[in-house]
Every structure is written in structure tokens, then in C-alpha cells.
Write a protein that binds this ligand. Sequence first.
Ligand code: TRP
Length: 352
Amino acid sequence: MELKTVLTGITPSGTPHLGNYIGMIKPAVAMSAEDGRNCYYFISDLHALVKCHDAEHVQRFTLEIAAAWLALGLDPQQVLFYRQSRVPEIAELHWMLSCVTPKGLLNRAHAYKALRERNTTGGADPDTDVSLGLFSYPALMAADILLFDADFVPVGKDQVQHVEITRDIAGSFNARYGVRFRLPRAMVGDAQSLPGLDGRKMSKSYGNTIPIFCPVDELRRSIRKIKTSSLAPGEPKDWRSCTLFELYRGFAEADEIASMMRRYEAGIGWGEMKDILVGTIERHLAGPRSLYRDYLEHPQRIEAVLEQGEERVRRIAQARMQGIRRAVGLRRPVCAAPAAIDSASAGHGSVA
Ligand code: TRP
């Protein structure tokens, strides 16, 4: 079977929450265990610098994210797990890609566009708070993806445009330099997005998150705070529009979910439902929570795992960059023009 390369980045911009777990970590860990996958999962700490200028936070969230993924079952033997910043070839390729990326392409990127529109509406200069890093964010993503010839890029809906931009950039580069970067495809998971404490999508920007590894008392307190209707126990309830049910669905087994639908129709009380929900989440997370704490108490173990991944990834990246450098003309004067980029050394031949 031909191996398919799956690559995705996780930006360390906050403490991982239940929405991250159900929406991303759980499906990504499951996918990495499937046959025929060659997975690159990395911490996009360079991307974090775009929004976060607090060095302690960047360091802390990087550690927490690494600990969370490992505690939740990521097997670093099976997946290349690394920090983006530790693979400097990515930043190098970013520059080369920047030089063939039309500015107009990035003008259309939604984060940049939205900020400019907000500025304009607010009467400010359109470029207020627009850094070169924010503008170039999708081009850095393109470097992450193209350097390793990813076939599939699992992302949330908000990132699909960036994968499309990556394809465009790859197209320009391929046409200009006669290389063959593989054109990646976004993979938008069917995992439902988890509602947060206020019923809106659980997201750091809404401040409605429940951390994956908060102590169980805090979990219970958070769940108790979720607003419900005033229907009394015994009155039939609709599971279709219920935050508690959606959270339950994220953690329960299929048969439990089916029987919970019937209990809603039979009028389960909100208090009981909340207790069941806490128990179900706890059943999933009690084990990983103690692993997580253990990792955080021994950060050198996290470091060792990441460094191992980084060593493997860098070998691949260096081999790839040799060919790419030659293709753009960064070669010694005695060097003849290559007929094509030599990819055999890169381990999976496609920039050829
Ligand atoms: N921008 C992505 C996010 O915030 C993270 C990311 C960085 C990424 N580089 C990537 C995702 C490359 C997929 C591929 O969610």
C-alpha cells in the first residue's frame, strides 16, 4: 500500500481544552494508528509568535500541548512529533516561497482581510496591528506542508483557505523552478465542534472553555454552570439542541448515546444528566490526567521525546532543502544546474 503523508500543526496559543480534544486530538491520534499513514504532527510555535508576544506563555503552552498529546495517546514512535521552530529549514523554505507568492494572494487571506476590515470600519489605519508575520502566516503554513510533501492536511474549517493558498504557492513554485511539490488536500474532519459553557462553539476566543486536564472538582463545577431549560425532571426533553447532550456525545459510546436519547425523551432531570456527564468525561480523562501531570513534572521527558522527533524530521528536511536550494539557484559556482531535484535522498520521492 502506498503511504499517504498526513501533516498538521497545533498552535500553542492556550491551555488545551475539551473542544481541542474532541475536534482534533482524538481524531488525529486515531488516524495516526491507521495503516498506510505517515504522520507529521508538529507544534507550530513560530505561528504562535504572530499573536503571542509573551515569551513565558509561548514556552508554557508549548509544553502543555506536547504533554497533552502524549498523555492522550500519541505514539512518538509512530508519528513524527516536533516543534516547528526546531526545524529551521521550514523558515528557510518560507522565504523562498515568499519570493514567488504574489502579494495579492495573501491579501485575500481571511485573518488579514478581517483585521483590515475591522480597522477600516473603526476608522483606524487599515494596517493597524498588521505585522508582516500575520500577513505571511499562510506562506509559513505552505512551507510547513510542502517541505514534507503532505498529501492530507487535517484542519478546522477556518484553515481550509490556507491549504488552498498552499496549493497556489506550490503551483507557482513548481511552474517557475520545475520542481514537483505535491499539492496537498485539506481534510476537514466530521468531528462535530463541541459546545462550550455558554452553548457557543468551545473556543478560547469566547472564554467558554473547559481545560482537558482540570481537576475533577473544577470539571464538575463547570458542568453544573451550563445553562439548561427550566423543564423539571419527568418532563420530556429535546436532546437535539442541548449543550449537555452534545458534550456527552463527544465522550460516550454509541450504545450509551442511543440510550441517553431515550432518557431525554423519558424526562431525565438536569442534575442527574450533569452527574452522568461528569462521570463519562472523567472515565475518559482520569488516566490521561495523571500521565499529563507526570509529564509536566518531568519536562525533560517531553524535551527528550521532541528532540528525538526533531532529529528525524531534520534529516528529512535537510535532504529536501538541498534539492530545493539547487533548484532556485543557491548553488556553488562550480555546480552544474540540476536536471531536476534529486529526491531519492529525501526518503519519499516527489520533489523530483
Ligand atoms: N494555523 C494552524 C492553526 O492555527 C496551525 C498550523 C500551522 C497548521 N501550520 C500548519 C495546520 C500546517 C496544518 C498544516 O490551526
